[in-house]
Design a binder for this molecule. Structure first.
Ligand code: PEP
Ligand code: MG
Length: 582
């Protein structure tokens, strides 16, 4: 069972066989062949292998003539691999003994070898892995020939796993045949994401390199509400998600009624639900889902989408789009959170992967080292602020000096705009993300200087528990319910209330229904969430009293392990909103 996480862009649960579209959109149409066709299929495989070898020999000759023997050796290596009798026998025996189709068997064996090379590490072996993927493509191209199928001609329902889908491919998806989709890439996703939402197809984007692990035909679960993909689920997981899928369908009708109702507890205490967005085009649908502002606009996607440095005008236009959807409500623009897993091409060469990129030049650290880049963004923020209730937020703040430095640069930018006679707004609130344990531990000190806090639990959990948030090997250790996390959340709310500093949470923890009663009970009154979950969360909030939430928080905070906390919270959620507990 393989579990991956990405950006949830369209909610719902999809379960079905994988249709894999690599960069070249290959699809393996058939995993198995009938027993009496085995001999013919083995012959077809051997024939394809011979043709591909001849083709490579041709390339080898041509390259030797034009560039010399040294370059031609690349193809000699490919030939050696594709003529490796042990590997060929492995493929043949999968066709004979398991009735695998040649396409499926080739893909499976070559990818297995490639993965082995990759895990051994080192640049030489990584290149060999790349050679194997290349060979796989050549073989599939040969084997599939005319039979390569197109997305538009699907005859059975599938879950599409693609390197990327263009907006026009997405718009053309057949909703009856495409149960859901996942893309590796984050590029061009603004339109793809919006279209997925509009089509109401569960979808996840920006999942990172992933297709090497799937061949096609495997059972895949997409949880479009929470951004996870599961390949080859075990029976227990499959059963769990089958229930969630049905529940999602009926919940949709029930939750529709929530849209118009205020977000307040049963005893009428308002709880502000803001939205987290990555692309400006999402702002309007976020408002329609019931958000009363934007609690986190992840502006770094402006870079990641285009893979080029956005101009001041690009920033400004993006912010204007968000402010058009929310002209009178708070819009928190987070300055660039580049680095770690979000390093755009041009900067990647300047900062080759560090020993540990999550602890290296990232986020505000990167902005403070690239003042021109930082100032360009801040100028656009201050200019856009004329049109709404803009707040600016610095990510990954670790020390007070860092915050002071960032704030000073903001004043420099304001001075420049003033001198140039460009309209802007100076008095915007300036806050920080609390996502490094040091900031939570120093919440008292920060509270004297910042205009607001927003807690980024995604990173706070990663840095507190020393668990890489993207690493599936340690995902079971990544627990929002860990008592250490609850202690940090308690420290921040205590400092915020004492100094009368507005505080919210924008990490995924508060998009998870499980933790909402606890957070309200701790005193949090504003949460910024994945827009799609707003109706669900509103339902929980409206079924809860503050007194009940406070009892829940007191009990949970007295517990010693994440497991106890989470199972207690699950029990409580079942009482508050039985429909929402799987
Ligand atoms: C967080 O760390 O919780 C957060 C909201 O920021 P991001 O997920 O963008 O790192
Ligand atoms: Mg973060």
């Amino acid at each position: 069972m393989l579990v991956k996480r990405g950006i949830a862009v369209s909610p719902g649960v999809a379960i079905g066989p994988a249709l894999v579209l690599g960069a070249e959109s290959f699809r393996i149409p058939q995993r198995f062949v009938s027993i009496d066709a085995v001999d013919a299929e083995v012959a077809r495989f051997r024939q394809a292998q011979e043709t591909v070898c001849l083709d490579i020999e041709g390339n080898e000759r041509l390259t030797a003539e034009r560039l010399g023997q040294h370059y031609a050796a690349i193809f000699s290596a490919h030939l050696m691999m594709l003529r490796d009798e042990r590997m060929l026998e492995e493929i043949e025996s999968l066709i004979r003994q398991k009735s695998f189709s040649p396409e499926f068997a080739v893909s499976r064996v070559l990818r297995q070898y490639a993965r082995k090379f990759q895990t051994l590490g080192g640049p030489y072996l990584a290149e060999r892995a790349a050679d194997l993927y290349d060979l796989e493509k050549r073989m599939l191209r040969q084997l599939l020939g005319e039979r390569r199928e197109e997305l538009r001609h699907l005859t059975v329902p599938v879950v599409v796993l693609a390197h990327n889908l263009t907006p026009s491919e997405t718009a053309g998806l057949d909703r009856k045949m495409v149960l859901g989709f996942v893309t590796e890439a984050g590029g061009a996703t603004s339109h793809t994401a919006i279209l997925a939402g509009a089509l109401e197809i569960p979808a996840i984007v920006g999942i990172g390199q992933f297709l090497d692990n799937v061949t096609g035909g495997e059972t895949v679960i997409i949880d479009g509400s929470h951004g996870s993909v599961i390949v080859d689920p075990d029976d227990e997981t499959l059963a769990k998600f089958q229930v969630s899928r049905e529940r999602f369908k009926t919940a949709g009708q029930r939750l529709e009624a929530m849209r118009q109702l205020p977000s307040e507890t049963a005893d009428h205490i308002p709880i502000k639900l803001l939205g987290n967005i990555e692309f400006p085009q999402e702002a309007e649908s976020t408002r329609q889902r019931g958000a009363v502002g934007i609690g986190l606009y992840r502006t770094e996607f402006l870079y990641l989408q285009e893979n080029r440095e956005p101009t001041e005008e690009d920033h400004y236009q993006a912010y204007r789009t968000v402010l058009e959807a929310f002209p009178h409500e708070p819009v928190i623009i987070r300055t660039l959170d580049l680095g770690a897993d979000k390093m755009p091409g041009p900067l990647r060469t300047e900062y080759p992967e560090g020993v540990n990129p999550a602890l290296s030049i990232r986020s505000i650290r990167l902005s403070l080292q690239h003042l021109e880049l930082f100032k360009t963004q801040l100028r656009a923020v201050l200019r856009a602020a004329v049109h709404g209730e803009v707040r600016v937020m610095f990510p990954l703040i670790t020390t007070l000096l860092e915050f002071r430095q960032a704030k000073m640069i903001l004043s420099d930018v304001a001075e420049d705009l003033e001198e140039q006679g460009i309209p802007f707004r100076r008095d915007i609130p300036v806050g920080i993300m609390v996502e490094v344990p040091s900031a939570a531990l120093l919440a008292e000190e920060f509270a004297r200087e910042v205009d607001f806090f927003s807690i980024g639990t995604n990173d706070l959990i990663q840095y507190t528990l020393a668990v890489d948030r993207a690493d599936p090997h340690v995902s079971s250790l990544y627990r929002a319910g860990d008592p250490s996390i609850l202690k940090l959340l308690r420290m921040v709310i205590t400092a915020a209330l004492k100094h009368d500093v507005p505080v919210s949470i924008c990490g995924q923890m508060c998009s998870d229904p499980l933790f909402v009663p606890l957070l309200i009970g701790m005193g949090y009154r504003t949460i910024s969430v994945t827009p799609q979950v707003i109706p669900e969360l509103k339902e929980i909030i409206r079924n809860l009293t503050i007194a009940r939430a406070e009892q829940i928080a007191a009990r949970a905070e007295a517990m010693e392990t994440a497991r106890d906390v989470e199972s207690y919270l699950r029990g409580e959620l079942r009482k508050i909103c039985p429909e929402q507990v799987s």
